[in-house]
Design a protein around this ligand. Structure first.
Ligand code: TXA
Ligand code: MG
Length: 327
């Protein structure tokens, strides 16, 4: 009975890490902090445990999940790394990059976690605490963001409990996530690497290492998108979201960026600045927590000031566009 399961709060020390690992090995759901967002972890090789992720999140469909590993050597047991994938893994792991590669014959990630695909999404997180849990678990750990389906991703343990208390076995409290947006996803299948999702690793860093531009996914008419989890409306606060707001309307909740103060700000119900100094890394780290705060104000609309597209701005703008998409 998921509705009444007490959720334990584990501390970020060796006892907490070992307990999280033991729970994961036993097929339980444990929310773990990574450098990007908190993930809702389960043994990726155990279809019953993976099904529990969908149940706890109340996710309406089975999207493929990212399997998390403590190092490249264990990732290579799950997926086949060609030249580009190896180059990217060596350059950016551990870190906020997910690689989609062909499934290896030795792979343990179950069909349900891959949504039946012949490819698998793999990530070695930058968080040392997350890697310690993965080592303690000893299995690949499937982990989507630890929020209820359709809600804003959690960057603090309190966010996880707000959405999932009573529905999961434990949350390991590692404090706020330093990157704050999900990992960048790159597919290395046949052909050149493809950017499936902008994220915590900026595109230009990847293109510099590859020595060329990343391709974008092709979506031929009527074909299924290559990354089925990338629904337009995905990071949805309860309030409506209005992007690139140059002028504030009375009663709006306002998300600011940088020193610029939009017209009409004095009529706002509440205003929060992602980064008064205009620093995109700081803005990414605060994005989801600030969206939650503005949403909690009860305002009908969140107006978002313009945010530049460079560097991490691509991922921030992507998440905000999804939050603003019609539902
Ligand atoms: O930062 C992150 O990536 C966080 C933390 C917890 O690691 N995890 C995360 O997982 O964002 P999730 O499940 O929300 O996102 C997984 C994305 C989905 O959009 C899915 O479509 C894509 O990865 N994906 C997974 N496997 C895939 C595959 N074989 N082919 C294409 N896309 C895949
Ligand atoms: Mg998510």
């Amino acid at each position: 009975d998921r509705g009444s399961m007490p959720t334990r709060r584990l501390t970020a020390d060796d006892a907490g890490v070992q307990e999280a690992g033991a729970l994961l090995r036993a097929g339980k759901l444990v929310a773990i902090p990574t450098e990007t967002v908190y993930g809702l972890g389960a043994d990726a090789g155990d279809p019953v445990a993976v099904a529990g992720i969908y149940a706890a999140k109340a996710r309406p469909r089975f999207n493929p999940l990212i399997a998390h590993l403590p190092d490249l050597a264990s990732a290579r047991r799950e997926g086949v790394f060609g030249e580009d994938a190896l180059t990217l893994a060596r350059a950016f792991w551990p870190g906020p990059l997910t690689l989609v590669v062909p499934v290896a014959r030795t792979g343990r990630v179950c069909d349900l976690a891959r949504a039946g695909l012949e490819s698998v999404a793999l990530r070695v997180p930058g968080s040392a605490l997350a890697r310690a849990v993965l080592t303690a678990a000893g299995c690949p750990v499937a982990a989507p963001s630890a929020n209820r389906s359709g809600r804003v991703s959690p960057t603090q343990a309190e966010h996880v409990l707000g959405d999932l208390d009573g529905r999961i076995a434990a949350v390991l409290d590692g404090g706020p996530c330093p990157v704050g947006v999900e990992s960048t996803i790159v597919a290395c299948l046949d052909g050149p690497p493809v950017l499936l999702r902008p994220g915590g690793l900026p595109r230009d860093a990847i293109e510099t290492v590859l020595g060329g531009d990343l391709a974008l996914p092709e979506a031929p008419d009527g074909a299924a998108p290559i990354s089925p989890g990338l629904l337009a409306s995905h990071y949805a606060p309860r309030a409506a979201v209005r992007l690139d707001a140059a002028e504030i309307r009375p009663g709006e909740a306002v998300l600011l960026f940088g020193p610029a103060m939009p017209e009409g700000l004095d009529r706002a119900a509440i205003a929060v600045n992602l980064s008064p100094a205009g620093d995109l890394a700081e803005a990414a780290a605060h994005l989801f927590a600030d969206l939650r705060r503005l949403d909690a104000s009860g305002a009908a609309t969140i107006a978002v000031a313009p945010i530049p597209e460079a560097g991490l701005g691509e991922a921030i703008r992507d998440r905000l566009a999804r939050a603003a998409a019609p539902r």
